[in-house]
Ligand binder design. Sequence first.
Ligand SMILES: C[S@@+](CC[C@H](N)C(=O)[O-])C[C@H]1O[C@@H](n2cnc3c(N)ncnc32)[C@H](O)[C@@H]1O
Ligand SMILES: Nc1nc2[nH]cc(C(=O)O)c2c(=O)[nH]1
Ligand code: SF4
Ligand SMILES: [Mg+2]
Length: 210
Amino acid sequence: MKKEKIETLVHEGKMLPLMEAFYTIQGEGHHTGTSAYFVRIGGCDVGCHWCDVKESWNAEKHPPTVTEKIVDDVVKYSDTVVVTGGEPLTWDMTLLTQMLKQKDVNIHIETSGAYPFTGIWDWVCLSPKKNKLPTKEAYQKAHELKVIVFNKHDLQFAEEQATQVNNDCLLYLQPEWSMREKMIPIIVDYVMQNPKWKISLQTHKYLRIP
Ligand SMILES: C[S@@+](CC[C@H](N)C(=O)[O-])C[C@H]1O[C@@H](n2cnc3c(N)ncnc32)[C@H](O)[C@@H]1O
Ligand SMILES: Nc1nc2[nH]cc(C(=O)O)c2c(=O)[nH]1
Ligand code: SF4
Ligand SMILES: [Mg+2]
C-alpha cells in the first residue's frame, strides 16, 4: 500500500501503529490482579523522563496494523482489553472502541489525557503528566487518577490534579519504579495521613510478567 494511503487510514483510525499486544494480568490501579488483553499502540510526544516504554514513542517504528485485526485478536483471548501505549489518544480511538463494543468487550484505557479525547471507554485510567497536562474532558472522563510519584513534589502535583477530576474518581499514588525504595515509605506515610488516596504498585514487575 502507498505511504499516503496508510497515513490516511491511520488518521481515520482504520489502522493503528501497533507496538505489541499480549494477554496478561492488569498490574496497576483499581483493576490490579484482573486478567486482560493489552494493546500497546506506538506514538507519544509527552516525554516523561522516567517512562518505562520509551521504545513506544516513535510511531514510525511500529507497523500500521488493521484495526479490525487488532479487535479479532482481543476477542480470542479476553473479554477485557486495556488500550495503552505510547499515548493511545495520539490517535482517533473512535473506530477501535466501536468495533470492540460490538463484540461486547470491556474497554479500558491507560492515558495521560494530553490529547483530544476520542473513543468510548468503560474504564479510564488517567495518569496526568506535568509537561503536558490533561484536557478538561480527560479529567471529566477519568474513573481513576493515577499519579506517578518520582519525588516529594509529585504529592503536591497529585493534590492539584485531584481537584480537577469528578468526586467519585478513585485516587491512586504509584511510585515511579526506579525511585520505589525511596518513595514507598513516603507514599505509605502520605496515604495514612490522607486516606482519600490509595497506593498502586506496578505489581506485574514484582510478578515478573509482561
Ligand atoms: C507507559 S504509560 C502508557 C499510557 C499513557 N501514555 C500514560 O502515560 O498514561 C502506562 C502507565 O505506566 C505509568 N508509568 C510509566 N513509566 C512508569 C515508571 N517508570 N514508573 C511507574 N509508572 C510508570 C504511566 O504513568 C501510565 O500510568
Ligand atoms: N501487566 C501490566 N499491567 C499494566 N498496567 C498498565 C500498563 C501499561 O503499560 O500501560 C501495564 C503493563 O505494561 N503490564
Ligand atoms: S505519557 Fe505515557 S507513554 Fe508517554 S512518555 Fe509519559 S509515561 Fe511514557
Ligand atoms: Mg507498563
